[in-house]
Design a protein around this ligand. Structure first.
Ligand SMILES: *Cc1c(COP(=O)(O)O)cnc(C)c1O
Length: 363
């Protein structure tokens, strides 16, 4: 199967093989060694000196951890949302009692910096700003460096919390250089590891907020994770040991290829996919200035059976693409191209796509 949904993504053979190993005790020296290796690899991918904590959870768990560790009920939060995952960040913050102002932009667009500036000026109590780096639901990659800069200019001490789940490890993201307090990602997208681990980086500014934060936390307590990691290179609870095997190998592959080469590969593949889609006479959903190099969203043409096309691709060609989530369900198709992906993989998927579209299934 040519799995080209925007996560989970295919695993490199050596990552797959790495999991086929006997359990070790999570209190052993072997695990401490593995844990230390993984931490170092993550710091490299995050491009940070900050702590990077590892949670046994999906990406959403990482987002929730960021909220509950740094905020108190009633805290003012500015949530910048450009799609489904931005909306999810809003829901999480609201579920825990934050006072969220939602700054929503049309799906397919990136956030406008001047509106962020206005919103910050309008509410001097904003403590945290939520941003989605790469909106997987619409195929938009924002200019995170610019957005972070605007927040800092207008509110130097606000916390910047970034969902980088479908970007980190594929698109450039310099946590420290861009002064991002919290970067969240998970194992199953660009990091070429199975689903099940979430990673959260925490800046000194964010640790200061942690000390004051009043939302309840226990399993997700980042301070407890840091304490264990620093004291004994381990995890406070039983971690997903097999996923650590996989992650360690994936991080080794990332180091071997080199971050700049990885960014370059994603850029070339992203461009290739977009130009091929346009050649097929189809319309891209995202603003071309902010087209993502990890996921491409395509507008379903009038009168075409969107689900029928996906089904035929899967049944006849073994190519798995995705529909849109939420309000763009059936209106767009999405192709994932992040992590373990080559131009040849995408060529194969797009040739199949072309053949299906030449004779699309009826309703
Ligand atoms: C995949 C994804 C998530 C959610 O991750 P889960 O692992 O399914 O919880 C959140 N945000 C973005 C941008 C994503 O791409």
């Amino acid at each position: 199967m040519n799995l080209r949904v925007p996560g989970p993504t295919p695993l490199p053979p050596t990552v797959l093989a790495a999991m086929n190993r006997q359990m070790i005790s999570h209190r052993s020296e072997d695990f401490a060694h593995l844990f230390a290796e993984v931490r170092e690899g993550l710091a490299h991918v995050f491009q940070t000196q900050n702590d990077v904590l590892i949670l046994v959870a999906s990406g959403t768990g990482g987002m929730e951890a960021a909220i509950v560790n740094l905020l108190s009920p009633g805290d003012h939060v500015l949530a910048i949302t450009i799609g489904n995952f931005g909306d999810r960040f809003v829901s999480i913050a609201r579920a825990h009692g934050a006072q969220v102002t939602e700054l929503a932009f049309p799906w397919g667009q990136a956030a406008a910096p001047e509106h962020i500036a206005e919103a910050l000026d309008a509410d001097p109590k904003v403590r945290a700003v939520l941003i989605t780096h790469n909106e997987t639901s619409t195929g938009v990659a924002q200019d995170l460096s610019r957005l972070s800069q605007v927040v800092r200019e207008h509110r130097p001490d606000a916390l910047i919390l970034v969902d980088a789940i479908s970007s980190l490890g594929a698109l450039p993201l310099s946590t420290d250089e861009w002064d991002i307090d919290v970067v969240i990602t998970s194992s199953q997208k660009a990091l070429m590891t199975p689903p099940g681990l979430a990673f959260v980086s925490v800046s000194p500014r964010a640790w200061a907020a942690y000390e004051r934060a009043q939302m309840p936390r226990f399993y997700m307590d980042l301070g407890r994770l840091k304490e264990r990691a620093d004291a004994s290179s381990s995890h406070p609870f039983t971690p997903a040991v097999s996923l650590f095997y996989a992650l360690s190998e994936a991080l080794r592959l990332i180091k071997e290829e080199g971050l700049d080469n990885i960014f370059q590969r994603h850029q070339e593949i992203g461009q290739f996919v977009r130009s091929k889609v346009k050649d097929l006479g189809l319309e891209l959903f995202a603003d071309p200035r902010y087209a993502s190099n990890t996921v491409t969203a395509i507008v379903v043409p009038e009168g075409v059976n969107a689900d029928g096309v996906l089904k035929r691709l899967k049944d006849d060609y073994g190519v798995l693409l995705a529909t849109g989530p939420g309000k763009v369900r059936g209106k767009i198709w999405r192709i994932g191209h992040m992590g373990y992906v080559s131009r040849a993989d995408m060529e194969e998927a797009l040739v199949a796509f072309e053949e299906v579209l030449a004779n699309p299934p009826a309703y």
